[in-house]
Design a protein around this ligand. Structure first.
Ligand SMILES: O=C(O)CC1=CCC(=O)O1
Length: 93
């Protein structure tokens, strides 16, 4: 199943810089591990925002929830998930 996910990051401005750097580094490693498995095939920065658009390719909403709730930045983000279905006008590759 494919899901479109928007993540908006809201790190507190007064967060200790070392704590911030550690969370961001762990987020990057977590994301890149999932990219290598093919479960997180797309991630794009939204221009001008501390936000991203991502595509996840997972078995279920339950699996996506497990992945998203494991993000080191999870408690600092708002997340909007949109399940995707095949469009009837899409030509076969
Ligand atoms: O910077 C972001 O958009 C948040 C994020 C998600 C995965 C990652 O590496 O950073």
């Amino acid at each position: 199943m494919l899901f479109h996910v928007r993540m908006d990051v809201h790190l507190p401005p007064d967060l200790d810089p070392a704590v911030r750097a550690d969370i961001v580094a762990r987020e990057k490693a977590y994301s890149q591990d999932l990219q290598r498995t093919g479960k997180w095939p797309q991630i794009w920065r939204i221009v001008g925002e501390y936000s991203n658009f991502s595509i996840f390719d997972v078995e279920s909403g339950d699996e996506l929830h497990e992945i998203l709730s494991g993000l080191p930045l999870f408690s600092y983000m708002t997340i909007k998930v949109t399940p995707l279905a095949k469009h009837p006008s899409k030509i076969d590759d």
